[in-house]
Design a protein around this ligand. Structure first.
Ligand SMILES: *[C@@H]1O[C@H](CO)[C@@H](O)[C@H](O)[C@H]1NC(C)=O
Length: 285
């Protein structure tokens, strides 16, 4: 498999020229090589010679996988096709996480819904064990019809969440204001499909319809550019590139505004009720 095809290069669409130097190591994944099934054994399957992975949830249990490699910075993502039809009560989690109680974590979680009702994309950032930085979005497409790309750009200065290469959220390094930033703990990529009908859909009002089980989501085209954390270090070239902030160009900034205006349904930074003592420091302009 080519490791740096032009379609991978088009991932850079909304980023400034300075970002293009970041394509140093482009690894297109094979699920056999790069991932391992973590739990739910027979409900997680690697197919098509490693090109496709499916997770299922049935009455017995869900399933999950994780990357064998750890990553420290880079542009990392894959394509996901979510549980179709009545997926209410199911959650497909897809996240990047280090280990231990002071872990860093960058989360995408897809909360299922009744047929024809919108999924919610829930995002969060944990640094040194502390999260509480949720933003939620509706998507501008039906995420169950086709595969769509969900990725992050992660460097020392900021984290950008992207959906089909459209930036939806930027989390800046504001250590200068005392906000810890994930920058020293390598992370694995995790995904799991599980039942969360006590809270996921309309706050738990809509329960999982087990007559529709098994519920199945598909994963493919894993791509990681840069810092695979092997033998304890990134390549120097890559580590240097990752000192730099990823800068959105004008088109990227417009897209980000568009998503935040039209599709964001929750932002912790505007939840004054939740933070009566004042919003978290990273929320101040
Ligand atoms: C499910 O659909 C309802 C009704 O459109 C909506 O209010 C809700 O945000 C959707 N998503 C979830 C996860 O409940």
């Amino acid at each position: 498999m080519s490791s740096c095809s032009s379609s991978k290069l088009s991932l850079m669409l909304f980023l400034s020229m300075s970002m293009s130097s970041l394509i140093l190591v482009a690894v297109s994944g094979n699920f056999y090589h790069d991932f391992e099934i973590m739990w739910g054994g027979p409900r997680a399957r690697i197919l098509d010679g490693g090109q496709l992975l499916t997770l299922s949830l049935d009455r017995v249990s869900g399933s999950g996988f994780r990357s064998k490699n750890e990553y420290l910075f880079g542009r990392i993502g894959m394509q996901i096709k979510l549980v179709p039809g009545n997926s209410a009560g199911t959650v497909t989690a897809y996240y990047f996480s280090s280990q231990g109680p002071t872990r860093d974590e960058i989360d995408f979680e897809f909360l299922g819904n009744l047929s024809g009702q919108p999924y919610v994309l829930h995002t969060n950032v944990y640094s040194q064990g502390k999260g509480d930085r949720e933003q939620q979005f509706y998507l501008w497409f039906d995420p169950t019809r086709n595969f769509h790309t969900y990725s992050i750009i992660w460097n020392r200065r900021n984290i950008i969440f992207l959906v089909d290469n459209i930036p939806i959220r930027v989390f800046n390094n504001l250590e200068s204001r005392g906000v810890p930033f994930p920058k020293s703990q390598p992370m694995r990529i995790y995904s799991s499909l599980w039942n969360a009908d006590e809270w996921a859909t309309r706050g738990g009002l809509v329960k999982t319809d087990w007559t529709k089980a098994p519920f199945t989501a598909g994963f493919r085209n894993f791509v990681a550019n840069c810092c695979a954390w092997s033998s304890g270090s990134c390549s120097t070239k890559c580590a240097t590139a990752m000192q730099r902030r990823a800068v959105l160009d004008a088109a990227g900034r417009n897209r980000l505004r568009w998503v935040q205006k039209k599709f964001m349904i929750y932002n912790y930074c505007t939840d004054f009720k939740r933070f009566p003592q004042g919003l978290p420091p990273e929320c101040k302009r």
